[in-house]
Design a protein around this ligand. Structure first.
Ligand code: RP5
Length: 187
């Protein structure tokens, strides 16, 4: 298995699971955010359809293994987050991966439209959803783990500072290497 997909910190608090190795391109953004916030986590391919027994084992043992939040990314008939939620009382955050045919709308609806009684916190389609799933996981953990709460606060302050430091997009555009002088001009 790809090492990046089998990452395991000591005593992970967050489990990032995904239906396929092809989801890593999206889900690595969640992993990167958690790393930047110092949140120990593990990453793993667990498929609701191709490895259903592994999914049941992963979800039902997650709490006992010390996980406190699960982030589950899947695309298409995206049953992974919902089935995971059905086997644990830990909070499950679902990331709809952008599918080729329906651009992730199928994933979004599959993950969001859970029956009453088994909630999945559903994020946006794709990269933004993966990033926000990690930030939301950190916020959930932050209610109990002060260092994670403070890391999240620092992230938000730095993000605001970055935006305020670059108020004029045309200035940064000049600094960026220009590839097509005609691009964006009226012809
Ligand atoms: C889902 O099917 C996965 O989450 C993935 O997004 C999608 C396609 O999987 P692959 O055919 O690329 O393995 O289960």
């Amino acid at each position: 298995m790809n090492n990046q997909l089998d990452r395991k910190d000591t005593n992970p608090l967050v489990g990032i699971i995904m239906g396929s190795t092809s989801d890593w391109e999206t889900m690595e953004h969640a992993s990167n955010i958690l790393t930047s916030l110092g949140v120990p986590h593990e990453t793993r391919v667990v498929s609701a359809h191709r490895t259903p027994d592994l999914l049941f084992e992963y979800a039902s043992s997650a709490e006992q293994r010390g996980l406190e939040v699960i982030i589950a990314g899947a695309g298409g008939a995206a049953h992974l987050p919902g089935m995971t939620a059905s086997k644990t009382v830990l909070p499950v955050l679902g990331v709809p991966v952008e599918s080729k045919v329906l651009k992730g709308l199928d994933s979004l609806l599959s993950i969001a439209q859970m029956p009453g009684g088994i909630p999945v916190g559903t994020l946006a389609i794709g990269k933004a959803g993966a990033i926000n799933a990690a930030l939301l996981a950190a916020a959930i953990l932050g209610t109990k783990h002060a260092p994670i709460r403070e890391a999240l606060r620092k992230f938000r302050v730095e993000q605001t500072d970055r935006v305020l430091a670059q108020p004029d997009p045309s200035v940064s555009a000049v600094a960026t290497p220009f590839k097509d002088p005609q691009k964006g001009k009226r012809r």
